[in-house]
Design a protein around this ligand. Structure first.
Ligand code: NDP
Length: 485
C-alpha cells in the first residue's frame, strides 16, 4: 500500500502535479524508523524549463493585480493552512522526523503567519511623491520578476512560505526547490495557494539536488535567488547569482553565542539554552551553541541544565508526548556523532548525552559539554545537532570579544537582570537576530537574518519587502525642456 506521505507526483508546475520519472529517484526516508516512505524524482532539464517558462509567463499578470487582490489570496491560503494544521504537521514530521509536539506549533502555523502577514502588507506597497517646485518625482515599488527559492531541510514548510509569501505579495512569481532530504511539504504549500485562488504558474515547486538548484540560479530569466542553506553552498550560489547580476537573500549557518551573566534567573537561562540547542534536535541555524556562563554560577547552571535535559522524552515523533526527535538523516547523525567524538578527544567535559540513543531511527541523546575552550572544534564549527558547548567567562569585555571571534554572525543572546548591560552587550555583538532574556523566537513581524558569513538580506517583517521588490523613480517635468543646443 502506498504510504500516506507519498505525493501525487514529484513537482507542482502551472497549478498541477507533474511527473517525469526520467529524473533521478530521490528516496524519502522517515528519520524515526529508517523506513522509506516515499519516492520523488529530481527535475530533468525539461521539468526545469517547464517551471521557469511557466513562472516567467505568469508573473506579469500577477503583478498587475492590485495588492488587495494578491493579499486576499495569500490570506485565504493562510486560513487553509491553519484549518489543515494537523495533517500538514504530520507530513512535516514524516519529512523531517521532528516531533509532532513541535510541528503542530512551529511549521504550518509559522508558514500561515507569513502568508497572513505579507497578504496584509500587499496592498500597502506604495511609492513616494517628491515635490521639486513645479516638477516632481514619484517612485513606484515594483516586483523583481521571477524569483527562485532554495530551501534547507530543517523547516520545509516554513522556508517555502517565508520565501514564497513576501515574493508573491510584491507581485513576483517563484520556482521553489526544497532540499532533496525533505521534498514533501513545499508541494502542499503550492497546492494550497492554488486552492486559495492563486493563478496557475505563480508558485511552482520542483525537486532535485544541488545541480537543479544550480540550473535555476544560472538561468538568465531569473531575477532573484533566496537561499537557506550552509555557508559553503551560500558562497557558490551568491557567486553564480552575481554572474547574472541577480538579487540575493542568503540565510546561512551560524555558531551563535548565548551569554549568561551571574545575575541571570538560572531557570530562565537554562530554558533559553535548551530552546537554543535542543529544539528540532539542534537542527536550527540560529542556535546559541556557544553558551558562555559567568564563572560564579557555572556549577549551579550545569547542575540545573543536566537535570532538565534528563527530562527530554525521546521516542515516536508522532506521539505528542515526545519532546525530542531524531536527526534528519543517517548521514547527519554520523556527522554529529563525529563532532561529539572530537569534543571528547579535545578534552571537553561531558555533562550528559554523548552518544546515539539505543533505539530505532537516527536519534542522538541531547549532549552538553562543559569546560569548552574557544579553539576546540566543537566551539568553532557549526554542528547542526543537539550538542551544546558551555564555556566559562569572567568579564563582559572578555566575553564580547570571544563571542565575536567567529566568521559567523547570525544570532546572539544575553541573559541578565541588568538591562543597561543587556542593551550594551547586544549593541556590541556582531549578529543579525538577537535576544534579551529569551532565545530563538522568530515571529514574522521581526526581521530575521545574519551578518558576516551568516548571510545577506533579511527575511520576514517589512524588511523582506525591500528584498523582493525594487524602486522605480519617475521625474515629471511640467515646463519646457532647456538644452545646451
Ligand atoms: P545545504 O547548503 O547543503 O543545502 C541548501 C540547499 O541548497 C539545498 O536545497 C541544496 O540542495 C541546495 N544546493 C546545494 N548546492 C547547490 C548549488 N551549487 N546551487 C544551488 N543550490 C544548491 O544546506 P542543508 O540543506 O544541509 O541545510 C543546513 C544548513 O542550512 C546549515 O548550515 C544551516 O545553518 C543552514 N540554515 C540556515 C538558516 C537561516 O535562516 N539562516 C535556516 C536553516 C538552515 P540538496 O540538499 O538537494 O543538494
Amino acid at each position: 500500500m502506498t504510504h500516506p506521505a507519498q505525493p501525487k507526483a514529484s513537482h507542482f508546475i502551472n497549478g498541477e502535479y507533474v511527473e517525469d520519472t526520467a529524473g533521478t529517484p530521490i528516496p524519502v526516508i522517515y528519520a524515526a524508523t529508517g523506513e522509506q516512505i516515499a519516492t520523488v524524482h529530481a527535475a530533468t532539464p525539461a521539468i526545469v524549463e517547464q517551471a521557469l517558462s511557466t513562472a516567467k509567463a505568469a508573473q506579469k499578470a500577477w503583478a498587475k493585480m492590485t495588492g488587495t487582490e494578491r493579499g486576499r489570496i495569500l490570506r485565504r491560503a493562510a486560513d487553509i493552512m491553519r484549518e489543515r494544521n494537523h495533517e500538514l504537521s504530520v507530513l512535516e514530521t514524516y519529512d523531517t522526523g521532528k516531533p509532532l509536539q513541535e510541528t503542530l506549533v512551529a511549521d504550518a502555523t509559522s508558514g500561515a503567519d507569513a502568508l497572513e502577514y505579507f497578504g496584509g502588507l500587499a496592498a500597502s506597497l506604495t511609492g513616494e511623491h517628491i515635490p521639486l517646485g513645479e516638477d516632481w518625482v514619484y517612485t513606484k515599488r515594483e516586483a523583481l520578476g521571477l524569483c527562485v527559492g532554495i530551501g534547507a531541510w530543517n523547516y520545509p514548510t516554513q522556508i517555502a512560505c517565508w520565501k514564497g509569501a513576501p515574493a508573491l505579495a510584491c507581485g513576483n512569481s517563484m520556482v521553489f526547490k526544497p532540499s532533496e532530504t525533505t521534498p514533501l511539504c513545499a508541494l502542499k504549500v503550492a497546492e494550497i495557494l492554488i486552492e486559495a485562488g492563486a493563478p496557475a504558474g505563480i508558485y511552482n515547486v520542483i525537486q532535485g539536488m544541488g545541480e537543479v538548484g544550480g540550473a535555476l540560479v544560472t538561468d538568465p530569466r531569473v531575477d532573484k535567488v533566496s537561499l537557506t542553506g550552509s555557508v559553503p553552498t551560500g558562497k557558490k550560489v551568491y557567486a553564480a547569482a552575481a554572474e547574472g547580476m541577480k538579487h540575493v537573500t542568503m540565510e546561512l549557518g551560524g555558531k551563535s553565542p548565548l551569554i549568561i551573566f551571574d545575575d541571570a534567573d538560572i531557570d530562565n537561562a537554562v530554558g533559553g539554552a535548551i530552546n537554543g540547542n535542543f529544539y528540532s534536535s539542534g537542527q536550527v541555524c540560529s542556535n546559541g551553541t556557544r553558551v558562555f556562563v559567568q564563572k560564579g554560577i557555572k556549577e549551579k547552571f550545569l547542575a540545573r541544565l543536566a537535570e532538565r535535559t534528563g527530562n527530554a522524552i525521546l521516542g515516536d515523533p508522532m506521539d505528542e508526548a515526545t519532546s525530542f526527535g531524531p536527526m534528519v538523516t543517517e548521514n547527519q547523525m554520523n556527522i554529529v556523532l563525529g563532532y561529539i567524538e572530537k569534543g571528547k578527544e579535545e578534552g571537553a567535559r561531558l555533562i550528559c548525552g554523548g552518544k546515539r540513543a539505543d533505539m530505532d531511527g537516527y536519534f542522538i541523546e541531547p549532549t552538553v559539554f562543559a569546560d569548552v575552550t574557544d579553539e576546540m572544534t566543537i566551539a568553532r564549527e557549526e554542528i547542526f545537532g543537539p550538542v551544546m558547548s558551555v564555556l566559562d567567562f569572567d568579564t563582559e569585555e572578555e566575553v564580547v570579544a570571544r563571542a565575536n571571534d567567529t566568521e559567523f554572525g547570525l544570532s546572539a543572546g544575553v541573559f541578565t537582570k541588568d538591562f543597561t548591560r543587556a542593551h550594551r552587550v547586544i549593541g556590541n555583538l556582531e549578529a543579525g537576530s538577537c535576544f534579551i532574556n529569551s532565545y530563538n523566537d522568530a515571529p514574522v513581524e521581526a526581521p530575521f537574518g545574519g551578518v558576516k558569513a551568516s548571510g545577506v538580506g533579511r527575511e520576514n517583517s517589512k524588511e523582506a519587502i525591500k528584498h523582493f521588490s525594487q524602486v522605480k523613480s519617475v521625474y515629471v517635468r511640467m515646463g519646457d525642456v532647456e538644452a545646451a543646443f
